[in-house]
Design a protein around this ligand. Structure first.
Ligand code: PMT
Length: 325
């Protein structure tokens, strides 16, 4: 839940909070490796594709960020998100011809795995004799499709998966991705479906070791995570087409909050969703309209992301024709 939506934070305060967040964050362990992968992925997808123009590239964020309470982390605060929205959307973006940077929470739902059971290794395979294992007949179509589609996306250089766990990793990686994508201009898109923590314990004031319960009740001060949406729009990737999400549990305030986020963070679209109905319906809020998008129930196994991504691709095409609209 975003508690800062209604409050105006002066620009200098926000800049200072962002600076302090990044300066005090523990550096990424594999920062060089991520940089290299990004450079290679974006370089390859900047080249003209089959139709003569550069491929569109979208960064899809997915899953919830954690807030560690100890540096040698035993306990943490988590954010709700199964990662289904991000994983399904990634598949539809790839089908629509986009290259996808999938920034996801470790252990959450993955693209091309949605139709598999929760533990595919244990549930889809059977041991026929001591030397052989085979896919169960009932799962063979789903397994074949998942492997074929996933390997094709990776082999064609259309999918780069980057995992995060903590809020520190997520925001540092989002910044790196955005700055790398800046050179793409308007064909770049951000689809920010991750559930991002609003409060965190700064690394500098975090306990080193496991907090002891023998010391009595825990009294801890959490600092607000600075919203990075505006800085993403203004500084990191100013030409990119940006879509953020607004999650609420009270439908009465949902559209108003989505409208507010659209204006405040200068998003091109805000996808408003309510927790319980999020798999059936979302409302896409733009400066000109509000479009209700539903899951098409007439098609078996269909999901709301199918229609949502179709609408987003259309609007992105219109933006490419005229980025000033
Ligand atoms: O993963 P599923 O189970 O399929 O569920 C999908 C979803 C409900 C998680 C997804 O559709 C969704 O709504 N994601 C955004 C959840 C969220 O963080 O909402 P919010 O209202 O707190 O934040 C609004 C936007 O601000 C988000 O796009 C978020 O990326 C951004 N944000 C939030 C907090 C923060 N400190 N900084 C941010 O930039």
């Amino acid at each position: 839940m975003d508690v800062t939506d209604g409050l105006e934070v002066p620009q200098e305060t926000l800049d200072a909070e962002i600076k302090s967040f990044f300066e005090s964050a523990p550096p990424l362990k594999n920062g060089d490796d991520i940089s290299e992968k990004l450079e290679e992925f974006i370089g390859r997808n900047s080249l003209p594709s089959g139709n003569g123009s550069a491929r569109r590239v979208v960064c899809v964020t997915s899953g919830g960020t954690t807030v560690p309470l100890e540096r040698r982390c035993v306990r943490y605060i988590d954010n709700f998100s199964s990662g289904h929205r991000g994983a399904a959307s990634t598949e539809y973006f790839i089908e629509a011809g986009y290259a996808v940077i999938f920034l996801y929470r470790r252990g959450t739902c993955q693209p091309h795995c949605r139709s598999l059971p929760e533990d595919p290794l244990l549930e889809c395979f059977e041991v026929t004799d001591e030397r052989n294992i085979r896919v169960r007949q009932s799962d063979s179509e789903a397994v074949k499709r998942a492997i074929t589609e996933h390997h094709a996306a990776v082999a064609e250089g259309l999918l780069l998966k980057l995992p995060f766990t903590t809020i520190f990793e997520y925001l540092q990686m989002l910044q790196m991705i955005a700055i790398s994508m800046r050179s793409l201009g308007a064909p770049a898109m951000f689809y920010l479906a991750a559930a991002v923590s609003d409060f965190y314990v700064p690394w500098t004031s975090m306990a080193e070791h496991k907090i002891q319960s023998a010391s009595g009740p825990l009294d801890m001060r959490l600092v607000q995570v600075p919203k990075m949406l505006l800085v993403l729009r203004k500084d990191w990737a100013p030409m990119a087409f940006c879509i953020s999400f607004k999650l609420e549990t009270d439908t009465k305030i949902l559209l108003e909050k989505a409208d507010m986020a659209l204006k405040k963070y200068k998003m091109h679209m805000v996808v408003a969703n309510e927790l319980l109905s999020r798999k059936e319906e979302v409302v896409v809020v733009t400066t000109n309209d509000k479009v209700s998008v539903h899951r098409d129930k007439t098609q078996v196994g269909n999901d709301v992301e199918n229609s949502l991504i179709r609408l987003i691709v259309e609007r992105h095409s219109a933006y490419l024709e005229n980025p000033n609209l």
